[in-house]
Structure formats: C-alpha cells, structure tokens
Design a protein around this ligand. Structure first.
Ligand code: FAD
Length: 321
C-alpha cells in the first residue's frame, strides 16, 4: 500500500545530521512507492533542502522562524504539527536522537497515535511492514507491526543505511509560515562544552575507556588511536565516576546508546549497564588484562593484555595503513 511519509530532518549548527538521511531511507521503505516528504524546522534551513532531495525526499517543506533557531519542545511540536496538519501523512519517521526522543512521544500523544521507538531495521513481510527494535537493554529484539492508521516510528542512528546520494534528483520545495506562540521555554544561549572531533552518537568508530584507563592522562593513547581512525572517544560510567573524563562521554544504559561500525573497549569490564549502550555495535574489539572479563562475551575480537601496551601498538599499525 503506497503511503505518504513525513520525515523530520534534524539540523545541528546549520548542517543536517546523518540520521536525517537514514530516516529518508527508512521512509522510502515504509512509503512502498508513495511520497516521501521532508520537514525542516529552524531559523535558516532553506539551503539544506537540496541535500534532503538528493538523499531521497520527493518534496521538502521548510518552517523558518527565529523561535526555531534552537530546539525547544513547544516550538518544534507546534511547527511539526502544522506541517502534519497540512500534509496529513500516513506515516512519520524521525531519528531516535535526544531531539527525537523528546519530541516523538509528545507528537504521538497529541495525535493520539501509537509510536514504535528506536527501530533498528524495517522489512516488508508479505503485506506487513515489520519493525525491529531492541528490548531488555539490547539483550533481545522484538518485531512489531502497526495496527493504527498512522505509522509513527523513530529510528536508531547508524542502523539503517542512507540511500546513495544523487545530486541530480529533483523535488518541490515549499515553506509554511507557522504560528509559534506561548512558548514555555526560550533558549537564550547555548554554551557548548569544548569537545574534540567527532560526535559520539554519529561516530563510525569509537574508542572507549573504562576504569582500567586509570586517570585523565590515561585517555591520551585512546585519543591518539581515535584520531588515527577518525573516530570518537567514549567511556564507561566507571571512568566517568572516577572523574577521568566528562559524563558527556558515558556510554550505556544511563549514557549514550551507540552503534558504530567499530567499538574498541579498553579497560572496560563489560557490566550489563555498559553493554546496553554498545552491544549492537557492528564489530566489537575488547582489550582487557583479565581474560575472564565479561566484555569478551560480546566481543568479536578480544585482546588479553595491558591497554597501555596494546593501544599504542594499534595506533602505530593504523598510522601505517
Ligand atoms: P570496572 O568494572 O572496574 O572494570 C575495569 C576493567 O579494566 C577490569 O575488567 C580490568 O580487568 C580492566 N583493566 C584494568 N587495568 C587494565 C589495563 N591496564 N589494561 C587492560 N585492562 C585493564 N556503566 C556504564 O558504563 N554505563 C552506564 O550507562 C551505566 N549505567 C548504570 C546504571 C545503573 C542503575 C547502575 C547501577 C550502574 C550503571 N553503570 C553503568 C555502572 C556499571 O554497573 C559498572 O560499574 C561500570 O560499567 C564499570 O565500569 P568499568 O568497566 O570501566 O570498570
């Protein structure tokens, strides 16, 4: 059944986040040959419409307003609802990002609709669209179908491959001047922590350190390896609690959920709460002194050894590739 699918593109600091293109690919599958319409909300997003079209949007609707410069629940909900009302799609797709996690349940409640969150794959089985999502902190997967008339899903970043970019694709672009009023919160200023390099949640390679790293300085060899591999540095809560690094790096049940192509865990024991945030990574390498460490149970490759010996060797090896 052909469907019209509305995708929310996610803009950060004037650029589209990768998850926007992954959402378009998901929407293409869900649409079953129907139309994929992308919504872009922000204060200046019209320069990004062609990129959305090149990744599969048939049409793009922009809502530009100074009040949408930074994300607020109220502002984005109002703007998105106005796009929804004008389009009346049969399905909605957004990223399961900090923004998507905040916005999607509110939109679902407003529409009195169901929501399948954190989807990692979508397939057509017979006449049904089947959505797979992790449960029990990633220990199992469940498959769901939608019985509601609106199919509303959020997709986990880094799981659904974007379509190949095709800059020759064309599509209509229009704008809505949404009425955004009575905001309960206004963001006056965003003060960012200085972070080096790649965004953890979108990184294809993550080098994560645990309590075995032993100090703030102990993260240096991990940063060097991350630089060589073009990756980001992450951490266990053990390392964050010990004040070796900032909590923004924490991966796990109460930290970030990541699914990079390559996850190198250094001096991390593999507690269940840590595994909840990284066990769906495509390839896991564990470096640990203790051959009995639980992390080896989820690792594709295990190196029993001292991380301060092994990590510099890896850096040297990859420098020469
Ligand atoms: P440890 O368990 O102390 O492991 C350190 C490892 O380093 C050991 O395996 C050791 O053999 C190895 N090691 C030591 N020195 C070296 C060396 N030189 N070379 C190689 N290996 C070495 N944890 C998270 O990570 N993320 C979460 O989101 C999270 N949420 C939690 C939520 C709740 C409600 C609770 C109760 C706990 C949560 N935890 C979380 C904490 C979790 O239970 C573990 O305590 C934590 O993950 C342990 O961190 P770690 O593996 O770095 O430290």
């Amino acid at each position: 059944m052909a469907r019209k699918v509305l995708v929310l593109g996610e803009v950060r600091e004037g650029s589209l986040r990768n998850v926007s293109f992954e959402a378009l690919a998901a929407a293409k599958t869900i649409s079953e040959g129907g139309e994929v319409v992308a919504a872009l909300l922000g204060d200046a997003v019209s320069s990004l419409t062609n990129e959305m079209i090149s990744y599969g949007a048939d049409r793009v609707i922009t809502v530009e307003d100074e009040k949408l410069k930074t994300y607020t629940t109220d502002g984005y909900k109002q703007a998105f609802m106005q796009v929804f009302e004008s389009e009346k799609p049969e399905a909605i797709v957004m990223g399961h990002t900090a923004m998507g996690k905040d916005l999607s349940p509110r939109i679902a409640a407003k529409l009195a609709s169901g929501l399948i969150s954190d989807v990692t794959s979508i397939e057509e089985v017979g006449s049904e669209m089947v959505f797979t999502r992790p449960i029990y902190s990633g220990k199992a997967f469940e498959k769901k179908v939608v019985s509601d008339k609106l199919m509303f899903v959020t997709i986990r970043p880094n799981n659904i491959a974007p379509l190949e970019q095709d800059s020759s694709r064309t599509g209509d672009v229009s704008s809505i001047s949404a009425e955004i009023k009575d905001l309960r919160t206004i963001v006056k200023e965003v003060v960012r922590k200085a972070t080096d390099g790649v965004d953890l949640s979108e990184a294809k390679v993550i080098i994560a350190g645990g309590r075995g790293v032993k100090s703030t300085e102990g993260f240096e060899p991990l940063k060097e390896l991350a630089d060589v591999l073009g990756g980001a540095v992450g951490a266990s809560r053990g390392a964050c609690d010990a004040d070796y690094c900032d909590y923004s790096l924490q991966i796990g049940q109460t930290g970030k959920v990541v699914t990079p192509d390559l996850y190198i865990a250094c001096g991390i024991s593999g507690a269940i709460q840590h595994l909840a945030g990284m066990s769906n990574s495509k390839v896991i390498v564990a470096i640990n002194k203790d051959p009995e460490a639980n992390i080896f149970n989820v690792a594709d490759y295990g190196i029993v050894g001292d991380l301060f010996d092994v990590v510099p060797l890896l850096t040297k090896e990859f420098q020469n590739v």
